[in-house]
Design a protein around this ligand. Structure first.
Ligand SMILES: *Cc1c(COP(=O)(O)O)cnc(C)c1O
Length: 432
């Protein structure tokens, strides 16, 4: 017997019960992946002799910070790279990606984007938007080429091979960001890497791995990628569950992992040439980053389950979702196509209402800088902007899709989704 603490409409509860039953197989697969990846991570902790002293941080220049150096090794082993640089001083995913691009490319080199236009925030970094003199890659004499997806669905392997011949970096974005294309599986990333490398064995295959870590058993480095890059607050939750002496913690950061010579170039770009990874104090971040990485496979599984459940429930409520609830996942994002503004607003307000932090706040659509239409965002998270925690955001325009991600525990994620459905129900927006 469970109490209906949240006052969810009985008809929604009945559908949720059915939806959960129908998700059993996907949930079992997700658990199996979490077990596999959790073991990889545990092994990396043990093999690299993580000790209590690694949990302490340094100040000043950060010479000989054993926690920092060990964290890099743990990441590298778990992701299958030779080396890694994991730092709280990467201000976000874009910064880590920018560091990797500037680390690998030189004047006269060509950057080839293999699957269409990269994530919005990379446009300025590359120089596709912005002014001359901005300091973008193009501004520094790097050339840019792009191969679009065939029918906005599949990578164009022939065209990629053709353009790879004269490129230095083949850039692949795993997750779809704010587009409606499918996310790329690790298998497909392998095919793109193979196409590029068979045309040009020296090409550097770089993968924007945001939202993809630990969703599959393999990471892109095992199928031909040379470098993977991501943010720590997308899939790799750091510290947000644990109280830190000293109050609120600014959990943040990013990583670059892969070939040692390339990681070194990126490290030189992040700090200074010749100093690279040897400097950079960690303050009090080592414990959070190690603990967060340790929890990450399970946290990702909770987010995937929340997402699969949300898709199944909303399919039963008559909406289309991308991916469909039964599709194998390669990232933690789903879009729920909510058909009109009223639905979209009620859904996002419901997600906020069911969040552990700021549940009493009502999000509204606003003119966010850099976006063409109004955007509504729901996020009641312990770490600001952490999309591994249950969150939804949506531009107010066709097809009125809410991009949904996260859920650090499945029970709380599931209830957040139910509160969102209930919010739509209370406003008479559901056909029940
Ligand atoms: C979010 C995202 C980024 C940028 O990460 P930020 O932390 O928001 O700067 C890059 N690529 C993809 C696919 C993303 O989803």
């Amino acid at each position: 017997m469970t109490e209906n603490l949240f006052g969810i409409d009985e008809r929604i509860l009945a559908l949720a019960h059915e939806a959960e039953k129908e998700c059993e197989q996907m949930f079992a697969q997700t658990d199996e992946i979490a077990r596999f990846n959790g073991e990889k991570v545990l092994k990396a902790f043990i093999d690299n002799r993580v000790s209590e002293s690694c949990l302490k941080g340094t100040t000043g220049y950060g010479y000989g910070d054993c926690g920092r150096d060990t964290l890099d090794k743990v990441f590298a082993q778990a992701f299958g790279g030779e080396d890694a640089i994991v730092r709280h001083t990467f201000v976000n995913g874009t910064h880590a990606l920018s560091t990797a691009l500037f680390g690998a490319l030189r004047m006269g080199d060509t950057l080839l984007s293999c699957v269409g236009r990269p994530y919005d925030t990379l446009e300025g970094v590359i120089g596709l938007t912005g002014e001359k003199g901005s300091g973008s890659l193009i501004d520094f004499g790097v050339k840019y080429e792009q191969v679009d997806l065939v029918n906005e669905q599949a990578p164009d392997l022939d065209a990629i091979a053709q353009k790879a011949k004269s490129a230095k970096v083949a850039y692949i974005q795993r997750s779809r960001g704010y587009s409606l294309r499918p996310s790329l599986s690790v298998e497909i990333i392998g095919k793109i890497a193979q196409a590029a490398k068979s045309a040009n064995p020296n090409i550097i295959v770089m993968v924007d791995n945001c939202y993809g870590e630990f969703v599959e058993k393999r990471e892109p480095l095992s199928v031909g990628a040379d470098l993977i890059i991501g943010s720590l607050i997308k899939n790799l939750i750091i510290g947000s569950l644990i109280k830190n002496p000293g109050g609120g913690i600014a959990s943040t950061g990013g990583y670059i992992c892969g070939r040692a010579d390339l990681v070194e170039k990126c490290a030189d770009r992040l700090t200074c040439v010749g100093m690279g990874k040897e400097v950079g104090c960690t303050l009090s971040q080592n414990r959070e980053m190690l603990l967060g990485f340790f929890l990450s496979p399970q946290t990702v599984a909770n987010a995937v389950k929340t997402s699969v459940f949300a898709c199944r429930l909303f399919e039963k409520l008559g909406f289309k979702t991308l991916p469909e609830s039964s599709e194998t996942r390669t990232d933690i994002i789903a879009s729920v196509l909510l058909e009109n503004e009223q639905n979209l607003t009620a859904f996002c307000q419901g997600i906020q209402k069911g969040s552990p932090v700021d549940s009493f706040v009502t999000p509204e659509a606003w003119d966010m800088p850099g976006y063409e239409s109004k955007v509504i965002m729901a996020a009641g998270a312990f770490t600001m902007g952490a999309s591994i925690e249950l969150s939804a955001d949506a531009p107010i325009r066709e097809p009125f899709a809410a991009w949904l991600q996260g859920g650090i525990t499945y029970p709380s994620g599931r209830m957040g989704i139910l509160v969102a459905a209930n919010e739509m129900c209370k406003k008479g927006l559901l056909r029940l």
